[in-house]
Design a protein around this ligand. Structure first.
Ligand code: PLP
Ligand code: ZN
Length: 420
């Protein structure tokens, strides 16, 4: 890993060798001391052509840009290579130059978190640790659980008791040891930290583990590669802990440093009104190192975070790119599920559809306009939370029509409502 210079504390700038430290800056501890992986870009000899031609599967074709050894084995599940769809009907309706939707619901466990969890399994292997643990609102857990199942590795999961049943079902099917914590995601996080330390488990937790945003940054690489090494003008993404948006920022910055792209897109972080820690800090110019935890109540479980663990990276992503934080209420999030699905065929869970709801708000607020080529990151599959999707349909009055199994009954029903 001689292309990795060091791990740098985002608070005090202290630098650590990767073999010296696994998680946070010891001077600041688990809540604040988030580390950034710093590269010596001169030592990266890969080119746009060489990554495109790499035989490595999915996200691992960017291995020369990732903080892993050149010979570390990677898990067999195919992570990455998710489709980027053009959405001309959305662009026309919103008056934007172009709209794309990148569908991370197509990942093996159906969310973007597979990118980070695959990275966690490789890093745990490099460290020679047998058990991996994480706290999660559900998707990071399902991702870790699935990737671990693919390599036969033990893992221990902490989710809030409110996690959607589909995500918990994934954990049980994959055979994880699952603890359903009687409390919030933030409570599950604290318990997981203590457990990791007490039992010597490898800790995948967002914010604690500096490599998670490094896995997620591969989504930015794919955006650029899929657009012929150009970038959108603006990218919209749902934000809870801030690891995804921080990862996107890192990915685009890597490519800029390597000279593979010419600029970094504006990054727009979309938060729920009921879990708006980062949006509030950004609007008020508050210091996220001193701002106390805020409420985290939203139907979009993936973006419910009272103390966003990657808040430093998330704030930098928005401020340094000239983007913004926008907030949407739960009604707007629910309505965005069928709105996106009907115009693109992409079915997102609430935390994912929030990004689309944020785009709609940003168009109204003129944060984006006719000159902008905009991308929306659909971070998780709609099947992750079927109850929310049905609630969204109910709000539209959309329901199946119950009929007797006969053509007569069908024709009567069709006659009542014009067209199929
Ligand atoms: C579907 C989905 N979208 C967005 C997010 C937010 O990601 P982050 O917590 O890194 O901001 C999550 C996190 O769980 C998620 O599951
Ligand atoms: Zn520090």
């Amino acid at each position: 890993m001689d292309h990795v210079l060091h791990l740098r504390c985002l608070v005090c700038g202290a630098e650590y060798r990767p073999d010296e430290i696994d998680y946070v800056c010891p001077k600041h501890g688990p809540s604040d001391g988030v580390l950034d992986v710093v590269y010596d870009y001169e030592r990266i000899s890969a080119t746009r052509e060489s990554v495109a031609a790499s035989p490595e599967p999915g996200m691992w074709r960017y291995r020369p840009l990732l903080p892993v050894e050149s010979d570390s084995a990677v898990p067999p599940l195919l992570v990455g290579d998710t489709p980027l769809y053009d959405a001309p009907r959305v662009a026309a309706e919103l008056g934007l130059a172009r709209v794309w939707v990148k569908d991370e619901g197509r990942q093996p466990t159906a969310s973007l978190k597979d990118r980070a969890s695959a990275m966690a399994v490789v890093k745990a292997d490099e460290r020679g640790l047998d058990v991996i643990t994480t706290a999660s609102t559900g998707n990071a857990a399902a991702a870790l659980s699935g990737v671990c199942a693919s390599t036969g590795r033990a893992n221990v999961i902490f989710v809030p008791a409110s996690a959607p049943p589909a995500k918990v079902a994934q954990l049980l099917a994959y055979g994880s040891r699952v603890f359903s914590v009687d409390g919030s995601y933030d409570d599950a996080f604290e318990l997981c930290l203590q457990a990791a330390e007490a039992h010597g488990w490898y800790n995948r937790n967002t914010g604690m583990n500096p490599y998670m945003s490094e896995g997620k940054k591969t989504a930015a690489y794919e955006f650029a590669e899929q657009l012929g090494w150009t970038v959108p003008d603006a990218v919209f993404v749902g934000v809870g802990d801030g690891c995804i948006i921080g990862g996107l920022h890192k990915g685009f910055r890597d490519l800029l440093a390597l000279g593979w792209i010419e600029r970094v897109p504006r990054l727009y972080g979309v938060q729920a009104k009921g879990s708006r820690y980062l949006a509030e800090a950004w609007e008020r110019g508050e210091d996220v190192l001193t701002k106390p935890p805020a409420p985290a109540e939203t139907i979009a479980d993936g973006i419910a975070s009272g103390l966003p663990r990657d808040r430093l990276k998330a704030m930098a992503a928005v401020t340094e790119t000239g983007g913004a934080f926008v907030t949407v209420d739960d009604g707007q999030i629910l309505d965005a599920i069928p709105a996106l699905a009907r115009k693109t065929g992409v079915f997102g869970e609430p935390a994912a559809a929030a990004a689309y709801a944020g785009l709609l708000g940003a168009v109204e607020g003129r944060l984006v306009g006719a000159d902008d080529r905009v991308a929306v990151l659909n971070t998780g599959n709609g099947l992750k939370n079927v109850a929310a999707a049905r609630q969204a349909a109910d709000r539209l009055g959309a329901a199946p029509t119950l009929i007797a199994p006969s053509l007569d009954a069908l024709d009567r029903a069709l006659a009542e409502k014009e067209g199929p």
